[in-house]
Design a protein around this ligand. Sequence first.
Ligand code: PGA
Length: 260
Amino acid sequence: MRKEILIIGNWKCNPLKLAQAQNLYRSIVSGLRKEAKENRTKQHSFKTKNKEQVRIVICPPFVYINDLVALNKKLGANLEFGAQNCFWEESGAYTGEISPKMVKSLGCRYVIVGHSERRLYFNETNEIINKKLKISLRVGLTPILCIGESKKDEETGKTEEILKIQLQEGLKGVENGKLVKNLIIAYEPVWAIGTGDFCDPEKASKALFFIRQRTNAKVLYGGSVNSKIAGEYLKVGFDGLLIGGASLKAQEFIKIIKNV
Ligand code: PGA
């Protein structure tokens, strides 16, 4: 049985102001507390019906992390934090980049690497992603490696081929034994991200099976997750969810957590 499941909110490049980010965060915390109270559970202990521990992670834009970590403390909440990206070196003359050590020192435990939007808009290759993944592990962050096929790959039956390459190249030089504790894989079909066209859980479970044959890491599903479908991905065996759009709406995000 799974011991814990992860629900990760990826805020992407939203919201535009710190005060809005703080309000969203406050609404999530107070909504979760209300839920916990109604279910007569301890306010910080979220468990599924199968008694799995639920960890909730927020990945805000870099510029809000510091303030939200402080707010988390002030509210006495225990949500965790992740960054949406990091650089592949620790420090140096790299204008505009953010070191994984900086991410760690802000209070993040996780970092997303290889999100399809980074692959698409910032030309991140598997080689770059592998460098980011390795340095994240080295500094003690838990990388969330995103993999997934495009619409064209899916239509031409190349899903497994693509996943195989992304795993092989993304995880190059990382021992499988270490993966269990220190690494998370997020299966996110590119065509399902931000489109409302989520991947059918049964179909996603085929990719899950394929990934599980190759790594011991935890595997999440991501791509247009909403509160109605969320629980189905856990039923087919995923260890959690990576949520974009729905994590920006406090009520919907809480419903997702409730429904798992
Ligand atoms: P979405 O994004 O839930 O808005 O589809 C998921 C993601 O990009 O991780």
